[in-house]
Design a binder for this molecule. Structure first.
Ligand code: C2E
Ligand code: MG
Ligand code: MG
Ligand code: MG
Length: 289
């Protein structure tokens, strides 16, 4: 196998099946994009006293035959085919339009929208200009837009990444480091990135009550964020116990099924009306901060 790697790969029927399934997914995605079959859902982010501070925009694809295709499946295909460039632009525009709609409403105007940005998008030479154009066209307050970036950006080199992030930050856009802890970040890099927020990956939150290592990592990330003067938000919070544990470690912003699943815009509006923007989850009882 090791000897004839290229030949083996090409003629291995199993790999060929994987490759064609892959190509089919990419073709279906291109079709879905043409047909306008992609949508965006929004998941609330909750701060102190259960108050909703904003939402994260999450792409959805409902395929006529496959049913719902998970972003973890189709985002990689979107990246490989570069479809993520137009799709990402569309999510950004949708988010800015939604921020504009909310800014006209006193009960909504404090809400921010976080948009995931893939490395492919961030790397594009027009990205910074595009964000600027989007904000201007929608006439929104730039700080209401948050961009969620990942550590994989650093593969392009620290200088270029810091410069680009600096331009976005200068515009007033919020910058969050998503999935923090699972990438290869170096603390000396972290210090140089003009960030506003660290987002603790769900991977560490999941077993926080039973796995001492995860608990230690989450606690360390929270401490790190605090000492760097950054906001910190935990993703994938599903239970009150997880939330209380995080709160005791000094985290006061959460996103997860405990509060709300990602919702289509109509459902989200109804949820905001019902809850009056404050989630009815009991507050941590004896938590000092
Ligand atoms: P992410 O940015 O880390 O988003 C958080 C993911 O956790 C979302 O998965 C969300 O639905 C899920 N989640 C939130 N709360 C809970 C919870 O309490 N329990 C569990 N089990 N899961 C929870 P989703 O929507 O499947 O998205 C997966 C990933 O796909 C995202 O991870 C993000 O990296 C990517 N993605 C989604 N939308 C976009 C987009 O518009 N652009 C780009 N570039 N990537 C996107
Ligand atoms: Mg995200
Ligand atoms: Mg995340
Ligand atoms: Mg994640």
């Amino acid at each position: 196998k090791a000897a004839g790697r290229n030949a083996v790969r090409f003629f291995d029927p199993e790999m060929q099946a994987v490759a064609s399934a892959h190509a089919e997914l990419a073709a279906d995605l291109r079709q879905a994009w043409r047909d306008g079959a992609l949508t965006v859902e929004y998941q609330p982010q909750v701060g102190e006293a259960g108050r909703m501070t904003g939402v994260e925009a999450l792409l959805r694809w409902d395929h006529p035959a496959r049913g719902r295709v998970e972003p973890s499946q189709f985002i990689p295909a979107a990246e490989e085919t570069s479809l993520i460039i137009p799709i990402g632009s569309w999510v950004l525009e949708a988010a800015c339009a939604q921020i504009a709609a909310w800014s006209a409403r006193p009960d909504r105007r404090h809400l921010s929208i976080a948009v995931n940005v893939s490395v492919r998008q961030f790397r594009h030479p027009d990205f910074v200009d595009e964000v600027m154009t989007c904000i201007r066209a929608a006439g929104i307050e730039p700080s209401k837009l948050k961009l969620e970036l990942t550590e994989s950006l650093l593969a392009d080199g620290i200088e270029v990444t810091v410069a680009k992030m600096g331009s976005l930050k200068a515009m007033g856009v919020g910058l969050s480091l998503d999935d923090f802890g699972i990438g290869y970040s170096s603390l000396s890099y972290l210090k140089r990135l003009p960030l506003d927020e660290l987002k603790i990956d769900r991977e560490f939150v999941k077993d926080i009550l039973t796995d001492a290592n995860d608990a230690a990592i989450a606690g360390t990330i929270i401490g790190l964020a605090r000492s760097l003067g950054l906001n910190v938000i935990a993703e994938g919070v599903e239970t009150i116990e997880q939330r209380d544990f995080l709160a005791r470690q000094g985290c006061h912003q959460y996103q997860g099924y405990l509060y709300c699943r990602p919702l289509a815009i109509g459902q989200l509006e109804a949820f905001l009306d019902e809850t009056k923007g404050t989630a009815a989850i009991p507050e941590p009882s004896s938590v000092g901060s």
